[in-house]
Design a protein around this ligand. Structure first.
Ligand code: DOR
Ligand code: ZN
Length: 345
Protein backbone atom coordinates (compact mmCIF):
# COMPACT_ATOMS: atom_id res chain seq x y z
CA UNK A 1 0.00 0.00 0.00
CA UNK A 2 1.15 3.49 -0.81
CA UNK A 3 -0.52 6.75 0.24
CA UNK A 4 -0.39 10.11 -1.47
CA UNK A 5 -1.83 13.10 0.35
CA UNK A 6 -2.61 16.19 -1.70
CA UNK A 7 -4.64 19.31 -1.16
CA UNK A 8 -8.24 18.81 -2.15
CA UNK A 9 -8.45 19.27 -5.93
CA UNK A 10 -10.70 21.53 -8.00
CA UNK A 11 -12.13 20.93 -11.45
CA UNK A 12 -11.63 23.96 -13.70
CA UNK A 13 -14.07 22.80 -16.41
CA UNK A 14 -17.19 20.80 -15.60
CA UNK A 15 -20.62 20.15 -17.11
CA UNK A 16 -23.23 19.54 -14.42
CA UNK A 17 -26.32 20.05 -16.64
CA UNK A 18 -29.62 20.69 -14.86
CA UNK A 19 -32.68 18.95 -13.39
CA UNK A 20 -32.48 15.18 -12.94
CA UNK A 21 -29.06 14.94 -14.62
CA UNK A 22 -27.61 17.54 -12.24
CA UNK A 23 -29.02 15.61 -9.27
CA UNK A 24 -27.62 12.38 -10.68
CA UNK A 25 -24.04 13.52 -11.30
CA UNK A 26 -23.14 16.18 -8.74
CA UNK A 27 -22.11 13.76 -5.98
CA UNK A 28 -19.41 12.30 -8.23
CA UNK A 29 -17.75 15.73 -8.23
CA UNK A 30 -18.54 16.98 -4.72
CA UNK A 31 -17.13 13.76 -3.21
CA UNK A 32 -13.56 14.64 -4.23
CA UNK A 33 -13.51 18.23 -5.49
CA UNK A 34 -13.88 21.42 -3.48
CA UNK A 35 -14.84 23.69 -6.39
CA UNK A 36 -15.52 23.54 -10.08
CA UNK A 37 -15.88 26.01 -12.93
CA UNK A 38 -19.39 25.27 -14.18
CA UNK A 39 -20.04 25.34 -17.91
CA UNK A 40 -22.98 27.49 -18.99
CA UNK A 41 -24.11 25.54 -22.10
CA UNK A 42 -27.55 24.66 -20.82
CA UNK A 43 -30.66 24.93 -22.99
CA UNK A 44 -31.28 27.88 -22.90
CA UNK A 45 -27.73 28.96 -22.01
CA UNK A 46 -26.64 30.81 -18.86
CA UNK A 47 -26.20 34.26 -20.39
CA UNK A 48 -26.93 36.84 -17.72
CA UNK A 49 -25.80 37.22 -14.13
CA UNK A 50 -29.40 36.54 -13.09
CA UNK A 51 -29.33 33.26 -15.05
CA UNK A 52 -26.09 32.33 -13.29
CA UNK A 53 -27.46 33.17 -9.84
CA UNK A 54 -30.53 31.00 -10.44
CA UNK A 55 -28.40 28.14 -11.80
CA UNK A 56 -26.04 28.38 -8.85
CA UNK A 57 -29.02 28.06 -6.49
CA UNK A 58 -30.18 24.90 -8.30
CA UNK A 59 -26.67 23.43 -8.08
CA UNK A 60 -26.31 24.27 -4.39
CA UNK A 61 -29.70 22.68 -3.69
CA UNK A 62 -28.49 19.46 -5.35
CA UNK A 63 -25.24 19.10 -3.35
CA UNK A 64 -25.50 16.03 -1.10
CA UNK A 65 -25.78 16.83 2.62
CA UNK A 66 -22.35 16.83 4.23
CA UNK A 67 -20.38 17.63 1.08
CA UNK A 68 -18.66 21.01 0.89
CA UNK A 69 -18.62 22.09 -2.72
CA UNK A 70 -18.58 25.53 -4.32
CA UNK A 71 -19.77 25.99 -7.90
CA UNK A 72 -17.82 28.74 -9.68
CA UNK A 73 -20.19 30.27 -12.19
CA UNK A 74 -19.53 31.29 -15.78
CA UNK A 75 -21.55 33.22 -18.33
CA UNK A 76 -22.11 32.07 -21.90
CA UNK A 77 -20.84 34.77 -24.24
CA UNK A 78 -23.25 35.85 -26.97
CA UNK A 79 -23.01 38.64 -29.50
CA UNK A 80 -25.61 40.48 -27.41
CA UNK A 81 -24.00 40.07 -23.98
CA UNK A 82 -24.23 43.26 -21.93
CA UNK A 83 -20.82 44.41 -20.57
CA UNK A 84 -22.47 46.11 -17.58
CA UNK A 85 -24.23 42.91 -16.57
CA UNK A 86 -20.95 40.98 -16.83
CA UNK A 87 -19.14 43.56 -14.75
CA UNK A 88 -21.75 43.67 -12.01
CA UNK A 89 -21.93 39.86 -11.94
CA UNK A 90 -18.17 39.75 -11.50
CA UNK A 91 -18.10 42.50 -8.87
CA UNK A 92 -20.73 40.72 -6.79
CA UNK A 93 -18.41 37.68 -6.65
CA UNK A 94 -20.80 35.45 -8.59
CA UNK A 95 -19.21 35.33 -12.04
CA UNK A 96 -15.72 33.84 -12.21
CA UNK A 97 -15.28 33.68 -16.00
CA UNK A 98 -17.05 34.12 -19.33
CA UNK A 99 -17.13 31.25 -21.82
CA UNK A 100 -16.60 31.68 -25.55
CA UNK A 101 -18.18 28.99 -27.69
CA UNK A 102 -17.67 29.61 -31.39
CA UNK A 103 -21.19 29.05 -32.77
CA UNK A 104 -21.60 25.46 -33.92
CA UNK A 105 -18.41 24.17 -32.27
CA UNK A 106 -20.03 21.75 -29.84
CA UNK A 107 -23.04 20.79 -27.70
CA UNK A 108 -25.48 23.73 -27.32
CA UNK A 109 -23.16 26.24 -28.90
CA UNK A 110 -25.66 27.66 -31.40
CA UNK A 111 -26.13 30.84 -29.37
CA UNK A 112 -22.36 31.33 -29.31
CA UNK A 113 -20.20 33.81 -31.16
CA UNK A 114 -20.16 33.97 -34.98
CA UNK A 115 -18.35 37.27 -35.33
CA UNK A 116 -15.84 38.04 -32.57
CA UNK A 117 -15.96 41.75 -33.44
CA UNK A 118 -19.51 41.83 -32.06
CA UNK A 119 -18.22 40.58 -28.70
CA UNK A 120 -15.39 43.11 -28.46
CA UNK A 121 -17.18 45.52 -26.10
CA UNK A 122 -17.61 42.70 -23.56
CA UNK A 123 -14.07 41.40 -24.06
CA UNK A 124 -12.64 44.90 -23.61
CA UNK A 125 -14.55 45.27 -20.37
CA UNK A 126 -13.33 41.88 -19.16
CA UNK A 127 -9.74 42.86 -19.92
CA UNK A 128 -10.27 46.03 -17.90
CA UNK A 129 -11.75 44.32 -14.85
CA UNK A 130 -9.50 41.22 -14.94
CA UNK A 131 -12.26 38.68 -15.65
CA UNK A 132 -10.93 35.59 -17.47
CA UNK A 133 -12.27 34.39 -20.81
CA UNK A 134 -12.56 30.61 -21.11
CA UNK A 135 -12.39 29.52 -24.73
CA UNK A 136 -13.53 26.47 -26.60
CA UNK A 137 -10.67 26.74 -29.08
CA UNK A 138 -11.91 25.30 -32.35
CA UNK A 139 -12.83 26.98 -35.61
CA UNK A 140 -16.10 25.81 -37.10
CA UNK A 141 -15.60 26.45 -40.80
CA UNK A 142 -16.41 23.37 -42.86
CA UNK A 143 -13.21 23.60 -44.91
CA UNK A 144 -11.03 22.97 -41.85
CA UNK A 145 -10.47 19.31 -40.97
CA UNK A 146 -11.81 18.45 -37.51
CA UNK A 147 -8.35 17.32 -36.36
CA UNK A 148 -6.88 20.71 -37.36
CA UNK A 149 -9.53 22.94 -35.82
CA UNK A 150 -7.67 23.74 -32.60
CA UNK A 151 -4.45 24.74 -34.37
CA UNK A 152 -6.49 26.83 -36.84
CA UNK A 153 -8.30 28.55 -33.98
CA UNK A 154 -5.03 29.54 -32.35
CA UNK A 155 -3.70 31.02 -35.58
CA UNK A 156 -6.82 32.73 -36.87
CA UNK A 157 -8.83 33.69 -33.77
CA UNK A 158 -6.95 33.39 -30.49
CA UNK A 159 -3.62 34.90 -31.41
CA UNK A 160 -5.17 37.92 -33.18
CA UNK A 161 -7.52 38.43 -30.23
CA UNK A 162 -4.66 38.31 -27.72
CA UNK A 163 -2.65 40.76 -29.81
CA UNK A 164 -5.63 43.09 -29.90
CA UNK A 165 -6.32 42.74 -26.17
CA UNK A 166 -3.09 41.70 -24.42
CA UNK A 167 -4.59 42.45 -21.02
CA UNK A 168 -7.34 39.86 -21.44
CA UNK A 169 -6.77 36.74 -19.35
CA UNK A 170 -7.55 33.69 -21.49
CA UNK A 171 -7.96 30.09 -20.40
CA UNK A 172 -7.56 27.76 -23.37
CA UNK A 173 -9.82 25.01 -22.21
CA UNK A 174 -9.33 21.31 -22.85
CA UNK A 175 -6.12 21.73 -24.85
CA UNK A 176 -5.80 18.69 -27.12
CA UNK A 177 -2.78 19.39 -29.32
CA UNK A 178 0.95 19.93 -29.13
CA UNK A 179 0.22 23.18 -31.00
CA UNK A 180 -1.91 24.32 -28.04
CA UNK A 181 0.68 23.29 -25.47
CA UNK A 182 3.46 25.05 -27.39
CA UNK A 183 1.37 28.18 -27.84
CA UNK A 184 0.68 28.39 -24.10
CA UNK A 185 4.30 27.73 -23.21
CA UNK A 186 5.44 30.46 -25.58
CA UNK A 187 3.15 33.07 -24.03
CA UNK A 188 4.58 35.69 -21.72
CA UNK A 189 1.43 36.40 -19.70
CA UNK A 190 -2.34 36.13 -19.46
CA UNK A 191 -2.66 32.67 -21.00
CA UNK A 192 -3.17 29.30 -19.34
CA UNK A 193 -4.67 25.98 -20.36
CA UNK A 194 -6.76 23.25 -18.82
CA UNK A 195 -6.25 19.61 -19.73
CA UNK A 196 -8.83 16.84 -19.35
CA UNK A 197 -8.27 13.46 -17.77
CA UNK A 198 -9.30 11.58 -20.89
CA UNK A 199 -7.00 13.48 -23.26
CA UNK A 200 -4.08 12.29 -21.12
CA UNK A 201 -5.20 8.70 -21.66
CA UNK A 202 -6.69 8.22 -25.11
CA UNK A 203 -5.69 9.14 -28.62
CA UNK A 204 -7.94 8.98 -31.67
CA UNK A 205 -7.44 5.24 -32.06
CA UNK A 206 -9.66 4.75 -29.01
CA UNK A 207 -12.57 6.22 -30.97
CA UNK A 208 -12.00 4.61 -34.34
CA UNK A 209 -10.06 1.33 -34.18
CA UNK A 210 -12.09 -1.89 -34.11
CA UNK A 211 -15.42 -0.11 -34.59
CA UNK A 212 -16.77 3.30 -33.66
CA UNK A 213 -16.63 3.82 -29.88
CA UNK A 214 -19.02 6.67 -29.08
CA UNK A 215 -18.07 6.83 -25.42
CA UNK A 216 -14.59 8.01 -26.41
CA UNK A 217 -15.97 10.79 -28.61
CA UNK A 218 -15.74 14.30 -27.26
CA UNK A 219 -14.87 17.76 -28.53
CA UNK A 220 -12.25 18.80 -29.20
CA UNK A 221 -11.80 15.25 -30.48
CA UNK A 222 -8.78 13.26 -29.25
CA UNK A 223 -5.85 13.62 -31.66
CA UNK A 224 -2.78 11.59 -32.65
CA UNK A 225 -0.44 10.01 -30.12
CA UNK A 226 2.21 12.74 -30.38
CA UNK A 227 -0.39 15.24 -29.15
CA UNK A 228 -1.37 13.05 -26.20
CA UNK A 229 2.31 12.80 -25.24
CA UNK A 230 2.67 16.60 -25.40
CA UNK A 231 -0.36 16.98 -23.11
CA UNK A 232 1.12 14.50 -20.65
CA UNK A 233 4.44 16.33 -20.63
CA UNK A 234 2.65 19.63 -19.94
CA UNK A 235 0.46 18.16 -17.18
CA UNK A 236 3.37 16.57 -15.28
CA UNK A 237 5.75 19.49 -15.82
CA UNK A 238 4.57 21.46 -12.82
CA UNK A 239 4.32 24.50 -15.13
CA UNK A 240 1.75 26.71 -13.40
CA UNK A 241 0.02 27.47 -16.71
CA UNK A 242 -1.45 23.95 -16.93
CA UNK A 243 -4.15 22.55 -14.66
CA UNK A 244 -6.99 20.06 -14.53
CA UNK A 245 -10.32 20.74 -16.19
CA UNK A 246 -12.05 17.39 -16.59
CA UNK A 247 -14.68 18.52 -19.12
CA UNK A 248 -16.70 15.67 -17.66
CA UNK A 249 -19.79 15.92 -19.86
CA UNK A 250 -22.63 13.49 -19.17
CA UNK A 251 -25.03 12.45 -21.92
CA UNK A 252 -27.50 9.60 -21.52
CA UNK A 253 -26.54 6.49 -23.48
CA UNK A 254 -29.24 6.80 -26.18
CA UNK A 255 -27.82 10.21 -27.13
CA UNK A 256 -24.31 8.76 -27.44
CA UNK A 257 -25.14 5.40 -29.04
CA UNK A 258 -26.98 6.54 -32.16
CA UNK A 259 -26.44 7.69 -35.73
CA UNK A 260 -25.39 11.19 -34.64
CA UNK A 261 -24.02 10.81 -31.14
CA UNK A 262 -23.30 13.68 -28.78
CA UNK A 263 -19.76 14.70 -27.82
CA UNK A 264 -18.81 14.21 -24.20
CA UNK A 265 -17.02 11.81 -21.86
CA UNK A 266 -18.07 11.26 -18.26
CA UNK A 267 -15.04 11.15 -15.95
CA UNK A 268 -16.10 12.85 -12.71
CA UNK A 269 -16.41 9.59 -10.82
CA UNK A 270 -12.96 8.12 -11.59
CA UNK A 271 -10.86 11.15 -12.54
CA UNK A 272 -8.61 11.16 -9.47
CA UNK A 273 -7.91 7.41 -9.83
CA UNK A 274 -7.09 7.89 -13.51
CA UNK A 275 -4.84 10.88 -12.84
CA UNK A 276 -2.88 9.12 -10.10
CA UNK A 277 -2.32 6.25 -12.53
CA UNK A 278 -1.10 8.61 -15.26
CA UNK A 279 1.19 10.59 -12.99
CA UNK A 280 2.65 7.41 -11.47
CA UNK A 281 3.23 5.99 -14.95
CA UNK A 282 5.16 9.18 -15.76
CA UNK A 283 7.17 8.99 -12.52
CA UNK A 284 5.60 12.30 -11.52
CA UNK A 285 3.27 11.62 -8.58
CA UNK A 286 4.92 14.58 -6.85
CA UNK A 287 3.46 16.86 -9.57
CA UNK A 288 -0.16 15.72 -9.27
CA UNK A 289 -0.95 18.25 -6.56
CA UNK A 290 0.27 21.16 -8.69
CA UNK A 291 -1.85 20.02 -11.63
CA UNK A 292 -5.04 19.20 -9.71
CA UNK A 293 -4.94 21.48 -6.68
CA UNK A 294 -2.48 24.39 -6.92
CA UNK A 295 -2.12 25.79 -10.44
CA UNK A 296 -5.83 26.39 -11.06
CA UNK A 297 -6.48 28.50 -7.96
CA UNK A 298 -3.35 30.54 -8.67
CA UNK A 299 -4.59 31.31 -12.18
CA UNK A 300 -8.10 32.23 -11.05
CA UNK A 301 -6.79 34.25 -8.09
CA UNK A 302 -8.44 32.03 -5.48
CA UNK A 303 -6.97 30.51 -2.32
CA UNK A 304 -5.84 26.89 -2.45
CA UNK A 305 -7.99 24.46 -0.50
CA UNK A 306 -6.94 23.84 3.09
CA UNK A 307 -8.38 20.32 3.22
CA UNK A 308 -6.53 17.33 1.82
CA UNK A 309 -7.49 14.06 0.17
CA UNK A 310 -5.60 10.78 0.41
CA UNK A 311 -5.04 8.61 -2.63
CA UNK A 312 -4.16 5.01 -1.79
CA UNK A 313 -2.63 2.48 -4.15
CA UNK A 314 -4.11 -0.94 -3.58
CA UNK A 315 -3.30 -4.46 -4.76
CA UNK A 316 -6.84 -5.01 -5.97
CA UNK A 317 -8.24 -2.99 -8.85
CA UNK A 318 -10.69 -0.29 -7.73
CA UNK A 319 -14.12 -1.03 -9.12
CA UNK A 320 -16.12 1.80 -10.65
CA UNK A 321 -19.56 1.24 -12.14
CA UNK A 322 -19.62 0.91 -15.93
CA UNK A 323 -22.69 3.17 -15.92
CA UNK A 324 -24.37 5.44 -13.42
CA UNK A 325 -28.14 5.75 -13.17
CA UNK A 326 -28.87 9.45 -13.10
CA UNK A 327 -32.63 9.73 -13.01
CA UNK A 328 -32.34 11.26 -16.48
CA UNK A 329 -31.11 7.85 -17.70
CA UNK A 330 -27.95 5.75 -17.77
CA UNK A 331 -24.62 7.51 -18.36
CA UNK A 332 -21.57 5.45 -19.34
CA UNK A 333 -18.47 6.05 -17.24
CA UNK A 334 -15.10 6.62 -18.94
CA UNK A 335 -13.20 3.33 -19.23
CA UNK A 336 -9.44 4.05 -19.24
CA UNK A 337 -8.81 0.51 -20.58
CA UNK A 338 -6.37 -0.32 -17.77
CA UNK A 339 -7.04 -1.42 -14.20
CA UNK A 340 -7.19 1.44 -11.70
CA UNK A 341 -5.39 0.79 -8.44
CA UNK A 342 -5.43 4.26 -6.87
CA UNK A 343 -8.52 5.15 -4.86
CA UNK A 344 -9.48 8.21 -2.89
CA UNK A 345 -9.89 6.96 0.68
O1 DOR B 1 -17.19 16.79 -25.54
C1 DOR B 1 -17.73 17.85 -25.23
N1 DOR B 1 -18.91 17.85 -24.56
N2 DOR B 1 -17.16 19.00 -25.56
C2 DOR B 1 -17.77 20.17 -25.38
O2 DOR B 1 -17.21 21.16 -25.73
C3 DOR B 1 -19.13 20.23 -24.82
C4 DOR B 1 -19.43 19.07 -24.01
C5 DOR B 1 -20.91 18.92 -23.71
O3 DOR B 1 -21.52 19.89 -23.28
O4 DOR B 1 -21.44 17.83 -23.87
ZN1 ZN C 1 -16.77 21.31 -21.94
Amino acid sequence: MQDLVIRRPDDWHLHLRDGDMLKGVIADTSRHFARAIIMPNLVPPVVTAADAAAYRDRIVAAIPAGDRFEPLMTLYLTEGTDPDDVESGHKSGLVKAVKLYPAGATTNSNSGVRDIDKAMPVLERMAKIGLPLCVHGEVTTSDVDIFDREAAFIATVLDPLRKRLPELKVTMEHVTTKDGVDYIKASKANLAGSITTHHLIINRNAILVGGIKPHYYCLPVAKRENHRLALRAAAISGDARFFLGTDSAPHVDPLKECACGCAGIYTSINTMSCLAHVFEEEGALDKLEAFASLNGPAWYGLPVNEETITLRKQQEAVRYPAKIDTGAGLVTVFDPMFPLRWAVV
